[in-house]
Write a protein that binds this ligand. Structure first.
Ligand SMILES: Nc1nc2c(ncn2[C@@H]2O[C@H](COP(=O)(O)OP(=O)(O)OP(=O)(O)O)[C@@H](O)[C@H]2O)c(=O)[nH]1
Ligand SMILES: [Mg+2]
Length: 408
């Protein structure tokens, strides 16, 4: 609220400018990021507040938006259940809207109210917790039973350093590595070992099956010499069955079969296995003998990946247009309100729209109050109160503010 007051200037009057609106918090999909590690250290984010309006009709500055970078594949879930899928580099999702600016007292001047001694208050912006989930957008998934040698392969063909140990379930969360050629970069995901029943939730693998949904090719890592004496043929069937049971799209993905730990068997056994799987799988599935111990077959595997991973994703990514701005907006919901009687002479009005209206004005200020009463009348609140038994002078509670309402 401001008035122009200058000696010898006849035309003074209200000259309070409007306040600026608060900045939004926006997530941006950044292709250079691959994980959510950043959020381990920083959990609170705040966009810039809008500036106050000032005398001389000066507007306050709008607050700056706060941009938070997240890797492709991030799913942001807001407290109200709204979900944003950030898949395409550059895609934006507004996750918290800045508070609206407010009008200075100049706005409320009219023929009968020439010197309004009140102004609006700015509204608070959205605030809340946002849950971020990352669906790995790997191009290649390494799948196989626990202990099959998946992590060892990843460590040999990429710069990733997953934990490797001689017992099952060493890998607890997916690890990513990349391989590159001159014109292509591929992201390879080593996922925790799958076991029978994984598609129904058994073991660790279940949670991670979802991670391979968007891969373009699977490398089935099959141990040639399982330490538990199990049969590779059955082990192969177990994994394929779990993949298909989780999602038929997984079963349809192209495959490479890596017969692992080649160094643990004789060349004859290895050749026999090769012939067996070639016969069984036909020519569509490239088969390689690999050893992470000696390095055998690893260059071949790298080349096969660069050659066989399809250039386009197998499943349609969600339509990103529209998604970016997909936020449930319910202006109608703001209009509704409910009136209830708390006790004799005391009422409560509930509704987001009325809450926000009352927040804007200082109920201690008589002029603001008179203005507010007219607004409440025009949107039907007074009438609804009267229908509920309200009489002029009764107390009304709206948006946590209690005041005596005496509409004239
Ligand atoms: N001799 C030999 N041992 C290997 C080879 N590859 C892996 N191993 C061993 O097999 C064991 C399991 O290897 P990992 O790479 O951790 O197996 P994994 O498939 O990632 O296992 P999970 O993470 O439990 O699913 C480790 O003791 C490795 O050293 C190989 O080519 N030759
Ligand atoms: Mg592992």
């Amino acid at each position: 609220m401001s008035f122009r007051r200058e000696a010898h200037v006849p035309l003074g009057g209200p000259d309070g400018g409007d306040g600026g609106r608060g900045g939004d918090v926006v997530l941006i999909c950044d292709d250079s990021l691959r994980d959510l590690q950043f959020f381990r250290r920083t959990a609170h984010f705040r966009a810039v507040k809008g500036g106050n309006g000032e005398g001389g009709l000066r507007h306050g500055a709008n607050g700056g938006d706060l941009e938070i970078r997240v890797p492709p594949g991030t799913i942001a879930e807001l407290e109200d259940g709204t979900r944003h899928d950030l898949v395409a580099p550059g895609q934006r999702a507004m996750v918290a809207r800045g508070g609206g600016g407010a009008r200075g007292n100049k706005h409320f001047a009219n023929a009968t109210r020439q010197a309004p001694r009140f102004a609006e208050r700015g509204l608070p912006g959205d605030e809340g917790w946002i849950e971020l989930h990352l669906k790995l957008l790997a191009d290649v998934g390494l799948v196989g039973l626990p202990n099959a040698g998946k992590s060892s392969l990843l460590a040999r063909i990429t710069a990733a350093r997953p934990k490797i140990a001689g017992y099952p379930f060493t890998t607890l969360t997916p690890v990513l590595g990349t391989i590159e050629s001159d014109d292509r970069q591929l992201v390879i995901a080593d996922i925790p070992g799958l076991i029978e029943g994984a598609s129904d939730g058994a073991g660790l693998g279940h949670d991670f099956l979802a991670h391979v949904e968007r891969t373009r090719l699977l490398v089935h890592v099959l141990d040639l010499a399982p330490i538990d004496g199990s049969e590779p043929v059955e082990n192969h069937a177990t994994i394929e069955h779990e993949l298909a049971a989780h999602d038929p799209r997984l079963a349809a993905l192209p495959r490479i079969l890596a017969l692992s730990k080649r160094d643990l068997v004789t060349p004859e056994v290895a050749e026999e296995a090769m012939a067996f799987w070639r016969e069984r799988l036909g020519d569509d599935v490239p088969i390689l003998l690999t050893s992470s111990a000696t390095g055998e077959g690893l260059d071949e595997l790298r080349r096969a990946l660069l050659q066989f991973v399809p250039l386009t994703p197998p499943v349609e990514l969600p339509d990103t247009e529209g998604l970016a701005e997909h936020r449930v907006f319910r202006p109608a919901a703001d209009r509704g309100f409910k009136v209830e009687q708390l006790e004799d002479g005391r009422f409560r009005v509930i509704g987001r729209g009325v809450d926000r209206l009352v927040m804007r004005y200082d109920v201690e200020n008589e002029e603001a109050m008179a203005f507010l009463e007219r607004r409440l009348k025009s949107i039907g609140v007074i009438r609804a109160l009267e229908e509920a038994g309200f009489e002029a002078g009764d107390d009304v509670l709206i948006g946590g503010v209690e005041f005596e309402l005496d509409p004239t």
